[in-house]
Ligand binder design. Structure first.
Ligand SMILES: [Zn+2]
Length: 475
């Protein structure tokens, strides 16, 4: 006789892989999905009533931030709890540092499964600007042992030459390591021009092109034209790239100004330029005072945004090297990037991400289900973009679906608010009504990182990226 540890009763089950789009119960045993069906036997089981809710495989977010190289002032580890509170069950920390990541998961983990990558910041995490391949190899091999699954290039802040960018991708590909790129080289910028360079830089390689929405903000052309061009560029690299776009209006950037009073990084310069502010300390101060720019501050264990004089105070106290946000992502671009399909009926952009975690914009689930309410996506398509596809992108073969034996990771969503009301990892409730209930988490590492993960005391899982869409392709 079937007997379950947990039964999620009477919800509208969304499992794109198995084509389930109907009212059913989900039975979980020993942390794994055991059965999906009507009228499951609940004797002896913990029953959670899911009537009137969507029940989907746990949300997997491949672009979040819970650690950082050379972060000053803010504890990015608040992001674990913020992700859990929004209904995420698995995530990739995309601008990370493996030691800080593991320490953060021990201190402030919230029961979710997470992997990290090492962000390449010259003279912080890599000793050379435009590093030689031998140096990249050394840095990558050390990062894998320390528990990262690969590398991230942050071209909007620390761009390399196109040649060095290309070399870094090649080295990562040779190790079957994750390689993500916030586009922009020393020849271009963090906008559509940066994306135009990618096919030439990539050659025959494999790459995660991060947050495509960031290059379609209308910095160079009209936003809708940039979206079209982005689709064309990505189609030329189909089968070689994995992509995501996030749905928050605000970005996340940095307000650092040099000794001459000029805003340094490309991304904040674009933000100021979009509204006609001078690209200087004076312009930045005014943008904050006017309520256009926001600073981040930790409050009750979460990061929140503040603007006006309070934001100026935080930015000045950090010597201008403060994390800032601007509402620069047009809703029209977000809509098209998330919903549009190519001539084969496949989404141009693979997944919905948050680029959140410690940045207060963990809105992937609620905004994707807002598109369902709007009629722009079907409920099954929402689950496809939030769970099934990201599980394939990362090669998390036991996640993203409810096939018997799959991990008991579930996100339950209120169709009216679009918000997650409960989530489970391995059959354990980690969030209920927006409250995070768990600690620690499962550290997802490359095979090279197994000893480090095992010694960390955290639960861990070894990921085989040869199974990911990044490397196995789309067959
Ligand atoms: Zn990011």
């Amino acid at each position: 006789m079937a007997s379950f540890d947990v039964v999620l009763r009477g919800g509208h089950v969304l499992d794109p892989h198995n084509g389930t789009d109907q009212i059913a119960d989900v039975g979980i045993r020993s942390g794994k999905i055991d059965q999906v069906g009507q009228g499951l036997d609940t004797s002896g089981a913990t029953v959670h009533d899911a009537t009137g809710r969507y029940v989907m495989p746990g949300h997997i977010d491949i672009h979040t931030h819970v650690s950082a190289v050379a972060e000053r002032g803010l504890d990015r580890a608040v992001g674990f709890k913020m992700l859990a509170e929004s209904g995420t069950t698995t995530a990739l920390d995309l601008n990370g540092e493996p030691n800080g990541f593991a320490d953060g998961m021990k201190r402030r983990g919230a029961g979710i499964n997470m992997a990290t990558v090492l962000s390449l910041v010259p003279h912080e995490s890599i000793p050379e600007d435009d590093p030689r391949p031998s140096v990249v190899r050394e840095v990558l091999d050390k990062a894998l042992v320390e528990g990262a699954i690969g590398l991230k290039m942050i071209g909007g802040y620390h761009p390399f030459t196109p040649e060095a960018t290309s070399d870094i991708i090649e080295v990562a590909n040779s190790r079957t390591a994750w390689i993500a790129y916030h586009v922009g080289s020393k020849d271009s910028g963090s906008q559509i021009e940066g994306l135009r360079e990618v096919p030439g830089i990539l050659g025959g390689g494999r790459l995660h092109v991060a947050h495509v929405n960031s290059y379609t903000r209308g910095v160079i052309n009209k936003a809708e034209d940039e979206v079209r061009e982005a689709f064309d560029i990505l189609q030329r690299m189909k089968g070689q790239v994995v992509t995501e776009a996030y749905l928050a209006q605000i970005n996340g950037t940095n307000g650092f100004c040099d000794e001459d009073g000029n805003v340094v990084a490309n991304v904040p310069r674009n933000c100021l330029q979009l509204r006609g502010y001078p690209l200087t300390e004076v312009g930045m101060r005014q943008a904050l005072l006017d309520g256009y720019g926001f600073a981040q501050v930790e409050q009750d264990g979460r990061m929140v945004l503040v603007t006006g004089e309070e934001a100026v105070r935080i930015w000045e106290a950090a010597g201008t090297n403060a994390s800032l946000s601007f509402p620069v992502n047009p809703a029209s671009s977000a809509f098209t990037l998330t919903t549009e399909k190519d001539e084969n009926g496949e989404f141009y952009i693979d997944a919905v991400s948050t680029d959140g975690g410690s940045m207060p914009r963990n809105v992937a689930i609620e905004r994707t289900f807002a598109l369902v309410s709007f009629g722009a996506l079907s409920p099954l398509e929402a689950a496809h973009k939030l769970a099934w596809m990201p599980s394939r992108l990362m090669g998390l073969l036991n996640k993203g679906h409810f096939t018997p034996g799959a991990d008991g990771d579930v996100t339950i969503v209120d169709p009216l608010s679009g918000k997650a009301t409960m989530s489970l990892v391995d059959g354990e409730v980690i969030m209920k009504d927006g409250k995070s209930l768990a600690n620690g988490g499962t550290w997802i590492v490359a095979p090279e990182g197994e000893a480090t993960a095992s010694n960390s005391g955290l639960k861990y899982e070894v990921l085989d990226l040869t199974q990911s869409r990044l490397y196995a392709g789309w067959s």
